[in-house]
Design a protein around this ligand. Structure first.
Ligand SMILES: [Cu+2]
Length: 99
């Protein structure tokens, strides 16, 4: 799991998720105001998008497929109140990797 940013300003983001691994993965997000929003299952080499509205706090990002989370496909994203304003495009990317 490799988010392009680990800290962003609050706002609505469309996460562009790319599966760089050899098996199917997905991306789920939970945190303030977001409860396990997730992409469909993404085939190896495939991409999906997930639009989430992020508030100040810390969000969990993980792969909900099988036991991938326990195998380390788990990361965090900090959303800060005092950071730079969100860019107009609000784009962020995350790549999945692994097994
Ligand atoms: Cu996975």
């Amino acid at each position: 799991m490799a988010p392009s940013k680990t800290e962003v300003a609050p706002g609505t983001y469309t996460l562009l998720v790319e599966n760089a691994g050899a098996v199917a993965h997905s991306l789920a997000v939970s945190g303030p105001g977001v409860s396990a929003a997730h992409t469909p299952t993404i085939s190896p080499g495939g991409r999906a998008q997930l639009t989430v509205t992020l508030q100040t706090g810390t969000y969990d990002l993980w792969c909900p497929i099988d036991d991938h989370r326990a195998l380390g496909m788990d990361t965090h994203l900090k959303v800060g109140g005092g950071g730079a304003a969100a860019p107009a495009s609000n784009g962020a990317t995350a790549s999945t990797s692994g097994r």
